[in-house]
Design a protein around this ligand. Structure first.
Ligand SMILES: [Zn+2]
Length: 146
């Protein structure tokens, strides 16, 4: 699994994944129901070993590939640096060096890029746990789901 989200969001996406796909029987090699059908049995041969068919994308077992596609197609990815910088600069006073003044995000990036990256990762991981974002292949998305 390459996406990460709360169980609550995952349940909603699983429902949506069924709603957007049709049952497909590999044995009969055809779509065996309408989009959104989830009866679990092939109307042709009675097999319960059904795949899901997503129009224009393909056929595969399970719903996780459909969920990945839904996130990729319909959710908005965020600019991690912009959001993390804003958080840092809202939470911490700017840094004064002599008469000059620098934002914390700028200083941290220049002084310790590794600490910046680790902090950014931890920040977004905690927001994924809170259901604010979804992670998919290293990108973060705003979940667009009711
Ligand atoms: Zn069949």
């Amino acid at each position: 699994m390459t996406f990460c989200m709360t169980d609550e969001l995952k349940e909603k996406f699983q429902v949506l994944a069924i709603e957007r796909t049709s049952p497909f029987c590999y044995g009969c090699y055809k779509v065996v129901g309408n989009v959104g059908d989830d009866s679990g049995l092939c109307t042709g041969c009675g097999s319960d070993d059904l795949m899901r068919h997503l129009d224009g994308v393909g056929v595969e077992y399970g719903s996780e590939w459909v969920i990945e596609n839904l996130i990729d197609e319909e959710s908005e990815s965020i600019n991690q640096d912009d959001i993390y910088d804003d958080m840092l600069d809202d939470c911490y006073e700017s840094v004064k060096i002599g008469t000059l003044e620098y934002s914390v995000s700028h200083v941290l990036k220049c002084v310790d890029q590794v600490a910046y990256d680790i902090g950014k990762h931890e920040y977004f991981d905690s927001l994924v746990e809170d259901g604010v974002y979804i992670e998919l292949n290293g990108e973060y998305y705003v979940p667009d789901i009711e």
